[in-house]
Design a protein around this ligand. Structure first.
Ligand code: NAP
Length: 260
């Protein structure tokens, strides 16, 4: 059964205290993984890990900034110390302040690239010595449709960081192939997280209207794609992307949707 190979594996999910990462962590925990829930705020991360434990899973929390090299080394060590190894890294944490070029302070550009892009590199680098020892070493990056495929006003820095993650992935997968480690990415469309849910049903409905499947994504839709890429069955897939967007990027125009 798909996902069976995840049972007992040690999985690190960055940004698992909220949103998509929380959904990824939930899917892995449900399939029997030992999950390290990582976020900057310890209380939120602990609450997220506690939910997984309450549902019968194995999980613990760690406060760590993915843009901090020492913190990433401590994160990898925590996974090994607490869960007996490190098999899967879901490099998911990211930030997305929305600011148009004309208004963007140059420092904000650096911050977004530092967290989203350098943070991906640092988390992979820190986990690598342990992933090498796994018989099922996997890196699953949460990128986005924004940047690699589409654009959205206010997200030049974000889009550059998300496209940059794919550039990183395409060389990382070649470098790590000799260890049997695969590196792939999930590209979410519009996913309902706590932040988006707070904007209300009307707003969500208006966004869903531009999606062929007529709904926004659920955090577990991303979790299931990540689970597949981390599974034994995906052993021969590396350097690839899966778009999980309900078909959002496909209509040529609003009219193309209206005529369907
Ligand atoms: P979210 O709800 O804001 O959650 C972000 C998570 O990342 C939180 O757990 C946050 O916890 C953590 N985080 C942020 N900066 C961090 C840092 N420097 N170090 C460690 N943890 C950090 O965001 P989301 O919408 O779930 O997005 C998650 C990922 O999906 C991002 O990479 C984003 O680009 C991507 N994505 C999201 C969507 C969407 O529709 N939601 C679409 C496409 C792609 P703390 O604040 O406690 O650190």
């Amino acid at each position: 059964m798909l996902g069976e190979s995840i049972k007992g594996k040690s999985v690190v999910v960055t940004g698992a205290s909220k949103g998509i990462g929380k959904g990824i962590a939930r899917v892995f925990a449900r399939h029997g993984a030992k999950v390290l829930v990582v976020g900057r705020d310890l209380k939120t991360a602990e609450a997220s890990a506690a939910e997984l434990v309450k549902a019968g899973g194995t999980a613990s929390a760690l406060a760590a900034d993915i843009a901090d090299w020492n913190a990433m080394q401590a994160m990898a060590k925590a996974a090994v110390d607490r869960h007996g190894g490190l098999d899967v890294l879901c490099a998911n944490a990211g930030v997305f302040p929305q600011t148009k070029i004309e208004d963007m302070p140059p420092d904000q550009w650096d911050d977004v690239l530092r967290v989203n892009l350098k943070g991906t590199f640092l988390s992979v680098k820190a986990c690598l010595p342990h992933l090498k020892r796994s018989s099922q070493g996997r890196v699953v990056i949460t990128s986005s449709i924004t940047g690699p495929v589409t654009g959205f006003p206010g997200w030049t820095h974000y889009g550059a960081s998300k496209a940059g993650q794919l550039g990183f992935m395409r060389t990382a997968c070649i470098e790590l192939a000799k260890y049997g480690i695969t590196v792939n990415a999930v590209l979410p469309g519009n996913i309902v997280t706590e932040g988006l849910a707070g904007l209300g049903k009307e707003y969500q409905d208006s966004m869903a209207a531009s999606v062929p499947l007529r709904r926004l994504g659920d955090v577990e839709d991303i979790g299931h794609a990540a689970l597949f890429l981390a599974s034994k069955e995906a052993a021969y897939i590396t350097g690839q992307t899966i778009i999980v967007d309900g078909g959002q990027i496909l209509p040529e125009s609003l009219d193309a949707l209206a005529q369907a």
